[in-house]
Design a protein around this ligand. Structure first.
Ligand code: COA
Length: 260
């Protein structure tokens, strides 16, 4: 299969999926999201693949979020559809029968942080930065960040990150349990591969059932996932969203109106 925005390579038993938009800090446009979903599907269908790694090209970014220039003029309906699309792709990663590890080699912001959180494990290089900066843009996370961040770091810290839009270091993400290990960037793929190779020696049905059952734990939260799609879409009809995205594209700070 030919991909435009990602590369997919088999390294031994490991499928390495690399987002290839380094000049846009690997921002995730619709096409890139779809391609990541297709690659994970391919990995699951290929008996030679024991696990997958998702990473970003270049040394600066894993993915700096959804592509703001793509969605800045979206309608409410287009925003809702984008969010539903992202949720679908990320759910398919979370529910993959074969392990998927995020090798976070730099910025993991917004949709990039959400992509890492949809993976089963996260390894990060010391320069990585994690955050949900959507409030800076007058929008909310749209790829399940309001849900998975709480699951991984707890309500208190999740709210701090969501409300301030602040990014945290790899070290702090590790301390919070958002990241499993911090390793030098040059060793990131090797370390992720070693974990996959270890898992590959275990019973594959057992491994896939562990993934399935851990995901079951989260089922009661499904209505909130769906509500996020709806609320994300609604933000596209607000003046707040127009100001936030325009400010980003004009490289200035947004000026928001207070709530009544
Ligand atoms: N969507 C679209 N383009 C993006 C992007 C995104 N999420 N993140 C970065 N880019 C683009 C920039 O517009 C810039 O493009 P240009 O060279 O054509 O102007 C290029 O990637 C490099 O980014 P730049 O901002 O110049 O790099 P930096 O090192 O100064 O800053 C960040 C890095 C990550 C702090 C900054 O790019 C940023 O804040 N990005 C947006 C993060 C975000 O809000 N994500 C959530 C989206 S919902």
């Amino acid at each position: 299969m030919n991909f435009e925005n990602i590369s997919v390579e088999l390294h031994g038993k490991v499928l390495v999926i690399t987002i290839q938009r380094p000049d846009k800090l690997n921002a995730l446009n619709k096409q890139t999201l779809a391609e990541i979903g297709q690659a994970v599907k391919l990995g699951n269908a290929n008996a030679d693949v024991y696990g997958m790694i998702i990473t970003g090209s270049g040394e600066k970014a894993f993915a700096a979020g959804a592509d703001i220039s793509e969605f800045a003029n979206y309608s409410i309906q287009e925003g809702t559809e984008l969010s539903a699309h992202g949720h679908g792709v990320y759910n398919s990663i979370e529910q993959s029968k074969k392990v998927v590890i995020a090798a976070v080699n730099g910025f993991a912001l917004g949709g990039g942080c959400e992509l890492a959180m949809a993976c089963h494990l996260r390894l990060a290089s010391p320069n990585a930065k994690f955050g949900q900066p959507e409030v800076n843009l007058g929008v909310i996370p749209g790829y399940a960040g309001t849900q998975r961040l709480v699951q991984l770091v707890g309500k208190g810290k999740a709210l701090e990150l969501l409300l301030t839009g602040d990014a945290i270091s790899a070290e702090e993400a590790h301390r919070l349990g958002l990241v499993n290990h911090v390793v030098e960037q040059s060793e990131l793929i090797e370390k992720c591969s070693a974990i996959i190779e270890k898992i590959a020696t275990k019973g594959p049905i057992s491994v896939s059932k562990c993934i399935e059952l851990v995901n079951k734990h989260l089922e009661p939260s499904q209505p909130a996932f769906l509500q996020e799609i709806e609320e994300f879409g609604k933000m596209f009809g607000t003046e707040e969203f127009r100001e936030g995205t325009t400010a980003f594209l004009e490289k200035r700070k947004a000026s928001f109106k207070p709530l009544n």
